[in-house]
Design a protein around this ligand. Structure first.
Ligand code: KG4
Ligand code: ZN
Length: 358
């Protein structure tokens, strides 16, 4: 197969991102615009604002990815775009943009244009990518991870355990039955009037009290690979009420100036989360003792404390551990371009009817 170039586009939530991946040289560029500041004052993502911002940023972000890779649109062979899951309005922006790029490249050029530009351009193939498959393979952008391996994906929208057997060949071992891990951080931070997103703030506060477990929030004893974080959120809420820190009737946090208390809650929550992840990995390894690695991906994998805990766990079990750099843990288009690259090698393309959720 001749080397080829994939342009990845990611607009599933509140980031507009683009990347170029070369089939033999790897990642050539990755650009991103984050809407965090736009949504901060609302304490979470506002879908209508998110899609409008996507519309505004998609052109410059794609142009910047091509420029960073020192390429033009004509050089691109495959357009890979996230088409599920995510906010419909945001997803549509990326899908329509990708379709237009690919479709436009198949149209005949007028003789006038051809005489002006030496290159006729290449007809581009289109491929829709599952955002979660992007996260699940995000470790490969920087590492050669052996198969089969167990992947723990923890983000703001999803928490899942996968058994990954090959490129594009994976099995869901367990997933959250309600809230995602990142969502639990975000919601508990909100209870204490801490800014969105909650994960980084919780980590910062917890570090200041050396990641001690002050309140010992409940860990599920269930021997299943599924997760449930809404129970943890409720447990923290009722513990706050019990400690006279939260008024349920007015939904008010009563100890906004008690920094020590906030640190203790944040730290106890973080330790609890790491314990839950570890328990699930124990079960996953019992079920699949032959796995050759553990990967930890998604926005929550930015958390240095949890990464350290899982690294130590993997070491104790004599299993290599991989996790992406922070920029590839949170939403990005490099992971979408990477998956697009192997799907193209497998000949798995979509036609121009590509829709959300296909
Ligand atoms: O993967 P991501 O960027 O978006 C989704 O696909 O959801 O993940 C965002 C989530 C947020 O819930 C955020 O609180 C969490 O990742 N997060 C963290 C940290 N940084 C981001 N959680 C814990 N510790 C962090 N340092
Ligand atoms: Zn994500």
């Amino acid at each position: 197969m001749k080397p080829f170039l994939t342009l990845g586009i990611e607009t599933s939530c509140d980031e507009t991102a683009a990347a170029v991946y070369h089939s033999t040289q790897g990642l050539l560029s990755s650009t991103l615009y984050s809407q965090i500041e736009l949504h901060k004052k609302f304490g979470g993502v506002v879908p209508e604002l998110a899609s409008r911002s996507q519309l505004e940023k998609i052109n410059p972000i794609v142009a910047a990815a091509l420029e960073q890779a020192q390429l033009t649109l004509d050089d691109i062979d495959v357009v890979a775009v996230t088409n599920k899951p995510g906010l419909p309005g945001s997803l549509l922006v990326g899908i329509c943009f990708a379709k237009a790029l690919a479709y436009g490249s198949t149209l005949p050029r007028s003789p006038l244009i051809l005489s002006l530009s030496k290159d006729e351009g290449r007809a581009k193939k289109l491929v829709g990518i599952n955002h979660l498959e992007g996260h699940a393979f995000s470790s490969f952008i920087e590492h050669n991870v052996p198969f089969p391996h167990v992947c723990l994906t923890a983000s703001g929208g999803h928490t899942s355990l996968y058994l990954i057997k090959d490129f594009g060949d994976y099995e869901v071992l367990g997933e959250t039955q309600d809230d995602a891990a990142g969502e639990a951080f975000d919601k508990i931070a909100k209870l204490m009037n801490l800014p969105y997103p909650g994960g980084p703030v919780i980590e910062k506060l917890a570090r200041e009290v050396n990641f001690q477990d002050f309140f010992h929030y409940p860990r599920s004893k269930q021997k299943t690979l599924d997760f449930s974080f809404s129970g943890l959120k409720t447990a923290v809420l009722y513990d706050l009420v019990k400690q006279n820190a939260y008024d349920l009737s007015t939904k008010t946090f009563l100890r906004p100036h008690d920094e020590q208390f906030q640190k203790e809650v944040a730290s106890s929550l973080l330790v609890c989360m790491a314990d839950i992840f570890e328990q699930k990995l124990v079960l996953a390894l019992e079920k699949h003792p032959g796995v050759k690695a553990i990967t930890f991906v998604g926005g929550v994998a930015c958390n240095a404390y949890i990464v350290e805990r899982l690294k130590t766990f993997a070491l104790a079990h004599n299993i290599p551990f991989f996790h992406p750099s922070r920029k590839y843990c949170t939403d990005n288009a490099a992971m979408i371009a990477f998956v697009g690259n192997y799907k193209a090698q497998q000949g798995l393309f979509n036609d121009f009817t590509l829709d959300i959720g296909d």
